[in-house]
Design a protein around this ligand. Structure first.
Ligand SMILES: [Zn+2]
Length: 126
């Protein structure tokens, strides 16, 4: 596999990406994805590099995190890969071009872009 000397993946950190996702997602403050309440409490951090912020909802008592209910939860790709994929989609790059930039295979990129086209944040979780 060909590796370029300068990869955009090395220019963004996971921490920056979590920050970007939080800004995108919690524009009006943190809202419970289960009951839409904004009475939430921070419950520390989680994830491989402790970047994922966890919350608990006061009214319904359920816990969630920055990615709960988004297209990004439950995938094995690092968050930076998803954020860059979104960015490249915004630049109208083809799946093949995105795959090359991110050093991924085209099928993975296709699955990711389909997921992201459905919307970053899904409808309320039942
Ligand atoms: Zn709730």
């Amino acid at each position: 596999m060909q590796t370029s000397l300068l990869s955009i993946k090395h220019l963004v950190s996971e921490a920056q990406c979590y920050e970007a996702i939080r800004q995108l997602r919690w524009q009006k403050g943190v809202v419970c994805p289960h009951c839409d309440s904004c009475e939430t409490i921070r419950r520390g951090f989680d994830g491989p590099d402790r970047q994922l912020r966890r919350y608990e909802c006061k009214p319904c008592g359920r816990r969630f995190d920055d990615l709960t209910g988004t297209a990004l939860s439950g995938h094995h790709q690092p968050l930076s890969t998803w954020v860059l994929c979104l960015y490249f989609m915004g630049l109208n790059l083809s799946n093949a071009q995105i795959a090359q930039e991110l050093d991924l295979n085209k099928d993975d990129v296709q699955a990711m872009t389909e997921c992201l086209r459905d919307g970053l944040v899904k409808k309320r979780i039942p």
